[in-house]
Design a protein. Structure first.
Length: 434
């Protein structure tokens, strides 16, 4: 991922130096287990730990790989340069490359998930704060982009909170599902390595042993992980789209914070554009782009092939780095979002009471008018608001068929905004708890 959309903590997980350090730890812990089982001399296992503080030379490993055409062998050769050929002869005993590669990938994904969970906590905190801040800030709800009935800005934030909270639970589950390791040797049969080595290595690295691997860890686990990232990205876009709509000039119910010195357009000095949320829509596409290849990685030939390998070298860092950046950008947008309650009321009143049509419809049916006739009467007066700019309540009060069923006081009562917000506390209790 390009530096523009990357944060160092997540990038560091995917750096070659980090990867080689994990490879080393896997090999060293495996040697410890082998020595405890009497398979290799204890002195040789201890010798491997002499490289504990070594900064592995990435350029040197690349140089060796240019000859060997095998990354794990290149690393093992470089390790032997540090600890000596004799002491290194038992390293990787009974193991296969995928034992190292797959276990490392899962460690990286677990570490990435931990960062993403912290990111989501920041987003959730921002959404919760803004939800309570605007719990009773009335705005018009929209369906198909058209005025529907009143809601509140707090409920808007609350529904995004609930969605992101579900996503956090999904990520916790995806993290657990991918937190497995395999040290089972060629085709996963443990023919040349004791299963207790795998148990020891996994325990040391915070993983659980893969119940049954082939020569690779099953990729359905990874497919679920990346699918979860894709869902989170879609929720980011869901929130971003709402903000982008609210910032439209003719709506302007909220907008991204516009800092001093900020310039919105090279041509039009008046512009204040929703560039951050537009960027989030784009970043969400990038994350989702990784989902289908992860799904396609599930089907491998027999006990293994490496058709998944090149894919994961790309989507592992790309998806996690991009989502990490996007979550932090979203949190900042929400924390600093400028909200305009007065504009919300102006927008809601633009069509002069029209949004109360359902209340009048229901009142007419309760007064004994058939639903068909009730709908006809309400729609007849509503169309005058759309087409002539009339006032909905005034038209209803002047309609003899309506006033034959409802008194002026009953019609007036149907335009009380508080009616639409009376259950906000109930919804908040469901979302945030008592």
């Amino acid at each position: 991922m390009i530096p523009r959309y990357a944060r160092k903590e997540m990038v560091d997980i995917w750096e070659p130096a980090t990867k080689f350090k994990i490879w080393y730890e896997i090999e060293a812990h495996a040697c410890d287990a082998q020595a405890a089982l009497g398979v290799i001399p204890k002195a040789n296992a201890e010798a491997v730990w002499r490289a504990k503080d070594v900064e592995f030379d990435v350029a040197r490993i690349d140089e060796i790989e240019a000859v060997t055409k095998h990354d794990v062998i290149a690393f093992l050769t470089h390790l032997a340069e540090h600890i000596g050929a004799d002491d290194a002869r038992f390293v990787h005993q009974g193991m296969t490359s995928s034992d190292v590669l797959d276990t490392t990938l899962n460690i990286q994904l677990v570490r990435a998930a931990d960062i993403l969970l912290r990111d989501m906590d920041r987003v959730l905190a921002a959404l919760k704060k803004r939800a309570f801040e605007h719990k009773d800030t009335v705005r018009i709800g929209r369906s198909h982009g058209i005025h529907a009935e009143p809601t509140t800005m707090g409920l808007t934030f609350a529904r995004f909170y609930a969605e992101m909270d579900r996503n956090r639970a999904r990520l916790v589950n995806a993290r657990a599902e991918v937190a497995t390791g395999a040290i089972s040797g060629a085709v996963g049969t443990f023919a040349n390595i004791d299963p207790r080595v795998e148990e020891h290595v996994c325990a040391q690295l915070g993983l659980i042993p893969e119940p049954i691997s082939t020569q690779v860890i099953p990729r359905d686990r990874h497919a679920m992980f990346f699918a979860t990232l894709g869902v989170i990205a879609s929720s980011i876009e869901n929130c971003a789209i709402e903000i982008r709509h609210m910032q439209r000039t003719e709506v302007l119910e909220a907008e991204e914070f516009f800092s001093k010195g900020h310039k919105g357009s090279s041509a039009m000095p008046h512009k204040r554009n929703p560039v951050l949320t537009e960027n989030l829509t784009g970043l969400a596409r990038l994350v989702r782009m990784c989902v289908v290849p992860a799904m396609e990685n599930v089907a491998l030939w027999h006990e293994r092939d490496i058709s998944h390998s090149s894919v994961e070298r790309g989507i592992g860092p790309d998806a996690t780095i991009t989502l990490d950046f996007a979550l932090n950008r979203l949190a900042g947008v929400i924390e600093n979002l400028v909200i305009y309650p007065d504009n919300m009321l102006k927008n809601m009143n633009k069509f002069k009471g029209l949004v109360m049509s359902q209340r009048v419809l229901l009142a007419l049916t309760q007064a004994g008018v058939s639903r068909e006739d009730s709908y006809r009467l309400v729609q007849r007066n509503a169309m005058k608001v759309w087409e002539q700019g009339a006032d909905f309540k005034t038209e209803l009060l002047a309609d003899p068929e309506v006033t034959a069923a409802l008194s002026p006081a009953e019609i007036e009562e149907k335009f009380d905004l508080g009616y639409h917000t009376k259950h906000v506390d109930t919804i908040f209790a469901r979302v945030f708890g008592a």
